[in-house]
Design a protein around this ligand. Sequence first.
Ligand code: IPD
Length: 273
Amino acid sequence: MTHAHDAAALADTAARLATIAGEHVLELRAAGVSVAASKTSAIDIVTEADRASERLIVETLRTECPDDAIFGEEGTSVDGTSGITWVIDPIDGTANYLYNLPVYAVSIAATVADTHGMADGRRAIAGAVFSPSTGELFTAYEGGGSRLNGDPISISGRRDLATSLVATGFGYTVERKLEQLEMLSRVLPRVRDIRRIGSAAYDLCLLAAGRLDAYFERGLQPWDYAAGALIAEEAGAELLGSSDAVRPGEELLFAAAPELVAELRAVTLGQAG
Ligand code: IPD
């Protein structure tokens, strides 16, 4: 059975919940934060605020959209029948949050199953990323463009890799960091500069708003990119995976203007002349 989904309404729900959860996270930050547990390695941490934010979002979704599935970074896995799966990152940029660096965001996407979507087999049709410390709310729905606090945004006009500002991120295991270091060593000499901002969701939104020219990362999880990737695409970016045969996702995600993204991939993978 196929379902018709109101993507604009789903984006409104994502925006409302990301804002409520983000404001809660900001209040908790003011009260002080400590590590609650570690995950893939000792430096991959979760705070009580990550858990509280996910709880708040999940409880509201279960009440408002009881037929939808939900999938969250901090362990939520709820089945549904509507065809919509909500993908949640309750705090993307947890290390920044722990250190009281103001770059972290709540990311919420409404996704549908699609083998031509991302590598995880889903495609976001609506999403929101809220940065509570700056009050920036990025939203998009499929076909509707991207917005920052209600105003339309689009990617930068830069089409030259050598003068592009490129963001990336690093994972939490030694093996992953070494792979990322190798890619970085190829890219850094070929671009204006690199930014490691610390929140993949926010990186993708900055790209969407033209405040970064390109972004790539190896090892992202669906909750890191689900909403941000849609917001970047709706603002004019193209997303690529490790090759034309591989969808963008955990293995690799490149995002930039269509004229720039293939060159960024070639340079990152050592395939450029
Ligand atoms: C991390 C951030 C970071 C990225 C990592 C992610 P988390 O998410 O998005 O920028 O480089 O790959 O794991 O752990 O803060 O939710």
